[in-house]
Each structure stands twice: as C-alpha cells, then as structure tokens.
Design a protein around this ligand. Sequence first.
Ligand code: ZN
Length: 113
Amino acid sequence: MHELSIVMNIIDIATEQVQQAHARKVDSIELEIGTMAGVEMDALDFSWSAAVRNTVLSDAERVVDRVPAIARCGNCGLEFRVSEPFMPCPACDNVLVEYLQGKELRVKSLVVS
Ligand SMILES: [Zn+2]
C-alpha cells in the first residue's frame, strides 16, 4: 500500500525536524495533499494510525489541507477545476492539460515541543 510509504516518509521528516529543534515530539502537523496527488484518504488514515505508534507523531494532531486540482488546457488555455483524473478540457475536449495545482503532497507545518 503506497499510503504507508507516504506516512513513513512523513514520520522521517517529522523525526528530523524534532531532532533539529531539540524537541521531544510533534504537537500538530499540517499536511497539504492535492486531490490529484493519488492519495486515498481512508488508506492514509489507516496507515497513519498503525505507523505513528511510538514515533514523534504518536500524539500529534493532524490537519490535512486538500488542494483542489486546477489544470490549464494546452490548446485553448482555459483553466478549469479537475474533478476526475485525465479529465479533458471542458471547452475544447483536448486531453493535453497541464496541472497548475492539485498534485501537492507535502508537510506544510509542524509544531514541536
Ligand atoms: Zn481547451
């Protein structure tokens, strides 16, 4: 399950930040996850609760910002909200679109103590 490797990666980042700040644990963590980042939120929740035990994130409050996907059409230049993967341009049906946002997958902020 690829969500588990995402969580493991987040734990690595958080552990590093806690060490750098000479702190002991993370109080809260804010994640930015685009709707087209390919992350299943249910799977992420499940992996999270299993993986964070006995880590710096075990008691952390988790906030997830979902970033809506927006693409620009390579043909007519229209910018539109993407509601499903590989959605063509609603104006000209072109499938060559560039994602402007929505593929984010990152730790936005961490509060340590
Ligand atoms: Zn178009």
